[in-house]
Design a protein around this ligand. Sequence first.
Ligand code: KG4
Ligand code: ZN
Length: 332
Amino acid sequence: MLVLGVESSCDDTAAAVLQDGRTILANVVSSQDQVHGPYGGVVPELASRQHVQSILPIVDGALKHAGATLKDLDGFAVTYGPGLVGSLLVGLSLVKGMSFRTGIPYVGVNHLEAHLLAIHLEHEVAFPYIALIASGGHTLLYSVRGIGDYLHLGGTRDDAAGEAYDKVAKLMGLGYPGGRPIDQLAKSGDPSAIRFPRAQIKKCAYEFSFSGIKTAVWHYLKGQGEDQWKSHRADIAASFQEAVVDMLVGPTIKAATANSVDRIVLAGGVAANSRLRTKMKQKADAAGLQVYYPAPKFCTDNAAMIALTGYHLLKRGRRDDFRLNADADLTL
Ligand code: KG4
Ligand code: ZN
């Protein structure tokens, strides 16, 4: 079964062609980082305009790369939520149009479900597993018991982990998105130089909170003065990162052990973080658990994971009609 996946939920325009749910024939992403960089965050109106400009060349490029044409496809898969409504509408409208024109079926895909399943693009991971989605918009823990069978365990009470990275990077003048530059800078810093607070939600072991750490970094920078803090930027980045990583690792390991699940899967842009990958592996090894993480290009937003999820939906006979609408607050 040949599926074209399309993703435009936030600030990446992406298309992918997937054969039989396992062979990636094309995976194309156009990032809008340069457009949003000067603002230090995604500007929704600019994001949708940029998607409108990029989406046709991206879809054409994916088909060309796969050596396929529209008529070779067995189905379309497109993200219909959650995300920015203007951005979602661009991908969804295009796919509806292509489906209407060709008579080839399409399915709408939940972006979060796609992150949960992205690991299967590269690894055979048995169910059940505990999945941590950590991205710019979400920090969520699920028990994934099978395809379509997801138990929500917890999530962030305020900011997402990636949002904390982006905001701290903005405070430190490291550009947008901030995850990768902080990850890089932290490599030459001392993670124990500054003890930033690790928020814990006492009554809910699987909940997270990242708004406090951002404020703590702000106070630290203000207290030091620019010249002083700039002289040990790498230590600040490493110490901030260590606190975020600790806050992500603790509840994830606890979720696995308390639910007697011995596999952990990381997903979302923050799962590309080198320290998170290392520390999660160390703690999981110590607890006798296995950790799987996708290649960085499948952690951040991509259409291969949308095509994969769509493939499973189509295989189960799901077809969406043209009344399906974008849902900015779609849950799983
Ligand atoms: O999954 P994603 O591409 O988009 C959303 O659905 O949000 O995640 C983007 C987020 C951004 O906040 C970015 O700063 C963060 O992932 N990110 C990282 C790294 N690479 C991307 N955070 C920490 N370390 C990284 N290496
Ligand atoms: Zn995402």
